[in-house]
Design a protein around this ligand. Structure first.
Ligand SMILES: [Mn+2]
Length: 328
């Protein structure tokens, strides 16, 4: 058994260093440049992608990373349901924001991939991107896939969203926020037969929007199905089928009802509650999540920071899944 590297993440003690003081980093983790160069690489690098030029409707998610950093100051590291202290098990750092070009989706995706490729140790540091609109998922998936050794057949994908995001192109643009997964599947980064889309409900522009996912074998757990035991059983069966296969988790905050997450650009009513979102994430315990993103937080439409706060806790849930898996 290889020895675990010593833990390196040090959170300031909130009882002596107030959560409302200092420069805001994700969940108060150290900035990556402050992690000692002679220590082991971090287990997770969290970085922002302040980019929203891929949206089809309301812009503003470019301000998401800052809002999530701010709201995440109140996130605490001990996860009660998994009984694990994320900061004790994992070394985590805020790697800042990827460079973006607000006038170019393609240049931005390329620069995000290049930025992510340089973070930590490619063989061990996992990437968690905070958007930004959903177009940025393609870049973080690509960087994660490359880190995994560019596996033929692609990664498994667990996708939370109100929308499938497998639209071929909108206004001729093939890499917008409606298209990250059609591109990731086409490029072999994702195995559609190991992809599950949870919370899908639309409404859609056309029923054709479902065709690509259905034809490629994506498991679709619609919002209605989540209201029945069948939906949860299907998710459990999917999790079992993955075993230890590397999986990527992408979480579009618009899967949550706008009553709980109003700060988003394409809100879809009738969604899951924030409590259901956390509960669903906890059912993924055991999945080997090697990369993730949390996207589509639009702070200008937010109320009392509730959407950014939810996104912060989704980040904690993702990290806690990995911590719980390693702590066994
Ligand atoms: Mn989406």
């Amino acid at each position: 058994m290889p020895q675990r590297p010593p833990r390196r993440t040090r959170l300031p003690d909130a009882r002596t260093t107030p959560r409302f003081a200092g420069v805001a980093a994700f969940c108060r983790f150290p900035r990556i440049e402050d992690v000692s160069a002679d220590s082991s690489p971090v287990d997770w690098a969290i970085y922002g992608v302040p980019f929203d030029s891929g949206v089809t409707f309301r812009p503003g998610a470019r301000f998401g990373p800052r809002a999530v950093r701010d709201a995440s100051q109140y996130v605490k590291p001990y996860h009660v349901a998994h009984a694990v202290d994320v900061a004790q098990v994992l070394s985590i750092a805020d790697a800042g924001d990827a460079p973006v070009n607000p006038y170019s989706i393609s240049q931005t995706l390329d620069s995000v991939v290049a930025f992510a490729a340089a973070l930590g140790d490619p063989s061990s540091t996992r990437l968690l991107a905070v958007g930004g609109d959903h177009s940025v998922a393609y870049a973080n998936i690509k960087a994660t896939w490359q880190r995994a050794g560019s596996p033929r057949g692609g990664l498994a994908l667990i996708h939370f969203d109100s929308h499938l995001d497998t639209v071929d192109a909108v206004w001729g643009e093939r890499f917008g926020h409606a298209s990250p997964f059609i591109r990731a599947i086409e490029d072999g980064l994702i195995d559609p037969r190991a992809m599950i889309s949870i919370g899908i409900k639309g409404p859609l522009n056309t029923p054709d929007d479902l065709d690509f996912a259905r034809a490629h074998g994506v498991t679709i757990i619609g919002r209605d199905k989540l209201a029945s035991p069948h939906g949860h059983a299907a998710i459990a069966a999917f999790v079992m089928s993955l075993a230890s296969r590397p999986a990527y988790l992408t979480f579009d905050i618009d899967v949550v009802d706008p009553a709980f997450a109003p700060g988003t650009g394409t809100p879809s009513v009738g969604g899951i509650t924030s409590a259901e979102a956390l509960s669903l994430l906890r059912t993924l315990r055991g999945v080997n999540i090697i990369g993730a993103d949390v996207v589509e937080v639009l702070p200008d439409r937010d109320v009392s920071q509730i959407t950014a706060l939810l996104a912060s806790h989704v980040i904690l849930e993702i990290l806690a899944l990995d911590a719980a898996r390693r702590a066994v």
